[in-house]
Design a binder for this molecule. Structure first.
Ligand code: C5P
Length: 220
């Protein structure tokens, strides 16, 4: 199976469980896991709110300062920027909103698309994101699109935060998820949408185990 396996795409909206599943699928298949959301988060975090007002030349000059690389497989996959592994500093709702905002910029999307494709020439991988199956890897053999209602995704996130002992406001989380959905689904370039040939899995009634089994069934 692995000889002809190059790229598995896993797309879907915020909070649907993509990261947990993508890492697990990569581990099971012994291939790398690529978190493309982290790439947009890095640019959102580094460029800040000013990004949408920058000229294309300015943005290109900023983008050129960052080199991404991917090492390891499965749970041990590590995405680095300029040689430093990406850390938890990008895992906040503020950075997520900035990421969503830079993700609308064609220059940013084009640059990251090139980097993502380049990485896929070096290693087989599970690529997690919004447009992996539809735009970046249209010829991928295995494509998955996960979905669930905003309320369900919000309550999963709420439970995660509570388990970590972090303060959480369910209504606020659901509102933020809906806002990010809106930005991601309505942008004119590479909107969040299932590729025509993607396997769509509605996870609303499934736990992680159920979704994992549903995905792995396609590989047998
Ligand atoms: O997946 P994550 O929540 O980390 O992604 C952060 C934001 O980056 C998303 O809300 C989306 O706007 C953007 N993104 C994207 N295309 C991808 C991955 C992420 O537009 N392939």
């Amino acid at each position: 199976m692995q000889n002809n396996l190059r790229v598995v795409t896993l797309d879907g909206p915020a909070g649907v469980g993509k990261t947990t599943l993508a890492k697990r699928v990569a581990q099971e298949l012994s291939i790398a896991y690529l978190d493309t959301g982290a790439m947009f988060r890095i640019f959102g975090w580094k460029f800040g709110e000013a990004a949408p007002t920058m000229s294309e030349q300015e943005l290109e000059a900023h983008i050129a300062q960052y080199a991404f690389s991917l090492s390891g497989i499965g749970f041990k996959s590590v995405l680095s920027v300029n040689g430093t592994p990406v850390g938890d500093e990008i895992r906040t709702e503020e950075v997520a909103a900035l990421a969503s905002s830079v993700a609308k910029l064609p220059v940013v999307r084009d640059a990251l698309k090139r980097v993502q494709r380049e990485i896929s020439t070096q290693t087989s991988l599970v690529a997690e994101g919004r447009d992996m199956g539809s735009v970046v890897f249209p010829t991928a053999r295995y494509k998955f699109f996960l979905d669930a209602t905003a309320e369900e995704r919000g309550s999963r996130r709420f439970n995660q935060l509570q388990e970590m002992g972090k303060p959480a406001d369910l209504d606020l989380i659901i509102t933020q998820i809906k806002e990010r959905d809106m930005q991601d689904r309505t942008r004119s370039i590479a909107p969040l949408i299932a590729a025509k040939d993607a396997n769509i899995i509605d996870t609303t009634e499934l736990d992680i185990e159920g979704v994992f089994t549903a995905i792995m069934d396609f590989f047998e």
